[in-house]
Design a protein around this ligand. Structure first.
Ligand SMILES: Nc1nc2c(ncn2[C@@H]2O[C@H](COP(=O)(O)OP(=O)(O)OP(=O)(O)O)[C@@H](O)[C@H]2O)c(=O)[nH]1
Ligand SMILES: [Zn+2]
Length: 367
């Protein structure tokens, strides 16, 4: 499946080479199983252990552990195998927070992060145009796109299973586009091949994409269609209720012959936000613009006179749903920030975040 790939095919370049410690070998992580990783080196695919140092760092903060898409530095072991010593600084990282739950006392939950994918150029947010009897979930798209912007990669929304809407997409494409200002939205019917070209334009040799979305969204089907050949197992028989059954169990980096790499992920049930600097602001750029026009700079968009946000809701220009979604994600981001400030952040996270911010400032979204 992964035969004859050079490091360059895998996304290696001079900048990664500069960060490689002396006397180590680079390898790209395809998949992580507890305590070990499947990696691709210049010589092919092999299993490696994680060094004690790396496991200790991961025990303190799971964000320090390697994940699919990471570059790691290997050193040889006496038994002929290799161990991964270090994760090279990430250029981008999709990190989910622990799940925050709304309880009578406010938000509670676990403040630790988990890296879903590293060093990706594009995040494909897969949402079914129709999921069982439910229409596409705009709130879920907003949440995942916020996570995607925060990663430093470019989000692209893919409305899957477009063929399941026999009368066409109607207003759906417009509604989704309005929910993610600045991001592209494409409708795809992967089984018929429709809409794949527009998504494929974001891929290419040496580039890496990750597909995020709920179970049953058609992520693996999309990956196979983009690959032009089955590289991932998909749900063979539709579950009775049409929802997902978690066919993909690992996050895994796979090769799309001639068009780069993609990380397929298991369906995400609930995704908490992790550290948010501008992810939420970007997704709600239109609402933030309105908020700047409110009469009071500290307007809570509740009962204040001269509130431009509520005026937009009243006029129908801004869906009330979107205002609620903005409030929810802001609250969650603030709660997570309070949790993570107290936590010692790993050097890894700092490196990728400062690089992301730098790229944003220089306007270069492509690493
Ligand atoms: N009609 C239709 N069905 C699709 C399409 N894409 C995927 N499916 C079906 O949807 C079901 C789920 O697809 P998968 O690709 O396994 O979904 P997944 O998102 O990878 O699911 P997990 O691995 O559980 O996260 C399968 O029965 C697919 O055949 C599509 O474009 N149209
Ligand atoms: Zn206001």
């Amino acid at each position: 499946m992964l035969a004859d790939l050079s490091l360059t095919d895998l996304g290696w370049d001079d900048r990664f080479a500069e960060s490689l410690p002396a006397d180590t070998l680079p390898a790209r992580v395809l998949r992580v199983d507890r305590g070990a990783a499947l990696v691709h080196t210049a010589d092919g695919v092999t299993h490696v252990r994680l060094s004690a140092q790396l496991r200790r760092a991961g025990a303190q903060d799971p964000v320090a552990l390697p994940c699919a898409g990471d570059w790691v530095a290997l050193h040889p072991l006496p038994d002929g195998g290799h161990a991964a010593d270090a994760v090279l600084p990430r250029r981008t990282a999709v990190v989910r927070g622990g799940v925050a739950r709304l309880t009578p006392g406010g938000l509670s939950g676990d403040g630790q992060g988990q890296v879903l994918a590293a060093n990706v150029d594009v995040v494909l947010v897969a949402e079914p145009a129709r999921h069982a009897d439910d229409p596409a979930d705009l709130g879920r798209i907003e949440r995942l796109v916020a996570l995607a912007w925060e990663s430093g990669a470019v989000p692209v929304v893919v409305l899957t299973k477009a063929d399941l809407l026999p009368t066409g997409l109607g207003d759906l494409l417009d509604d989704v586009t309005a929910a993610v200002p600045g991001a592209e939205v494409h409708a795809v019917a992967a089984l018929d091949g429709q809409g794949l070209d527009a998504v494929g334009r974001h891929l290419g040799p040496g580039r890496t994409a990750v597909v995020l979305g709920p179970s049953g969204a058609g992520k693996s089907t999309l990956v196979n269609a983009l690959a032009g050949t089955p590289v991932m197992a998909t749900q063979q028989v539709r579950a009775a209720d049409g929802r997902g059954r978690h066919t993909t169990v690992h996050r895994e980096l796979v090769v799309l012959p001639g068009r780069g790499l993609v990380i397929d992920t298991p369906g995400l049930r609930r995704v908490g936000l992790y550290e948010m600097s501008d992810g939420v602001e970007r997704v709600f750029a239109d609402v933030e613009d309105l908020a700047r026009q409110c009469r009071f700079t500290d307007c809570g968009h509740g009962t204040e006179p001269g509130c431009a946000v509520l005026a937009a809701v009243d006029s129908g220009a801004l869906p009330g749903r979107r205002l609620e979604s903005w409030r929810l994600l802001q609250r969650e981001a603030a709660w997570m920030a309070a949790r993570t400030d107290a936590r010692v952040r790993s050097e890894q996270t700092k490196a990728w975040r400062s690089e992301t911010r730098l790229r944003r400032r220089t306007g270069n979204s492509r690493p």
